[in-house]
Design a protein around this ligand. Structure first.
Ligand SMILES: NC(=O)c1ccc[n+]([C@@H]2O[C@H](COP(=O)([O-])OP(=O)(O)OC[C@H]3O[C@@H](n4cnc5c(N)ncnc54)[C@H](O)[C@@H]3O)[C@@H](O)[C@H]2O)c1
Length: 249
């Protein structure tokens, strides 16, 4: 029970890393608000939590809309009385280089991956401050630490999330709000399934990780569990790679 009595919002928790994190956090005693634009997936995530006799609630929230992120926080505080943790996992992939990338797709990718983190934090911080502190966990990427080909908008968004994390850690340390990010390697989620279309492609991608495989969503969720819990009370401003060694070389 590493999150006993904690209340957590997890954006993008209808799928993948967010979903695994919601489940693990609930198993460790947290009350969970699942926030996503995918209503069916979000309700399934919550049903999964309820099936285990644990606490969770779904709210439809598009992280690119300030009104939605505010409603997400208000819903959480009204239902569970406070907010301790937010995991910003809502995100999209985009595979094109600058010269081929339509401007509206650039704005869409930055809108979800970067502005979505900004708006979610903007709504969460006053509630955390009122509660005497909190833990913000942003999902950046290995591509928030190193560059990559044909992913201009994605690498730009994740590089910005990594450094936004550091800036916010400095801004809110005196409020006892810790801000960290996780930088996953390739993890087997629907986001990656769209890119890896056959076993050869899987192996090629796996071989870019020294551990020679892709990661599992739960392996990222365990990193978030540490950063969300009081075990990491002296940790703020870090970018934690969980990447099978991808960025070690
Ligand atoms: N899977 C990987 O290999 C990998 C690697 C590095 C970083 N990441 C990051 O981890 C996070 C989660 O990725 P995942 O693989 O679990 O993806 P996923 O596609 O499985 O889940 C992403 C979720 O975000 C939701 N979402 C998308 N736009 C939204 C919006 N505007 N408002 C609210 N919700 C929205 C989707 O509906 C979905 O449920 C993302 O930020 C991603 O960039 C993933």
């Amino acid at each position: 029970m590493r999150l006993k009595d904690k209340v957590a919002i997890i954006t993008g928790a209808a799928s993948g890393i967010g979903k695994a994190t919601a489940r693990l956090f609930a198993e460790h005693g947290a009350k969970i608000v699942v926030a996503d634009i995918d209503v069916e997936g979000g309700e399934l995530s919550v049903a999964d939590i309820h099936d285990k006799g644990l606490h969770g609630s779904f709210i439809h929230a598009d992280v690119t809309i300030q009104e939605n992120t505010q409603q997400m926080v208000d819903h959480t505080v009204n239902l569970y009385g406070k907010l301790d943790i937010i995991v910003n996992s809502a995100g999209i992939a985009m595979r094109l280089p600058v010269d081929e990338l339509p401007e509206e797709d650039w704005h869409h990718c930055l809108g979800v991956n970067l502005t979505g983190v900004f708006l979610s934090c903007k709504a969460a911080i006053p509630a955390m401050r009122k509660n005497g502190g909190g833990s913000i966990i942003n999902l950046s990427s290995i591509y928030g630490l190193v560059g990559a080909e044909v992913r201009a908008a994605y690498v730009a968004s994740k590089g910005a999330v990594t450094n936004l994390t550091r800036g916010m850690a400095l801004d809110y340390a005196e409020d006892n709000i810790r801000v960290n990010c996780i930088c996953p390697g390739f993890i087997e989620t629907p986001l990656v399934a769209g890119v890896v279309k056959n076993p050869d492609e899987y192996q090629k991608l796996a071989n870019r990780h020294p551990l020679r495989r892709l990661g599992q969503p739960t392996e990222i969720a365990y990193g978030a569990l540490y950063l969300g819990s009081d075990e990491s009370a002296f940790v703020t401003g870090i970018a934690l790679p969980i990447d099978g060694g991808y960025t070690a070389g």
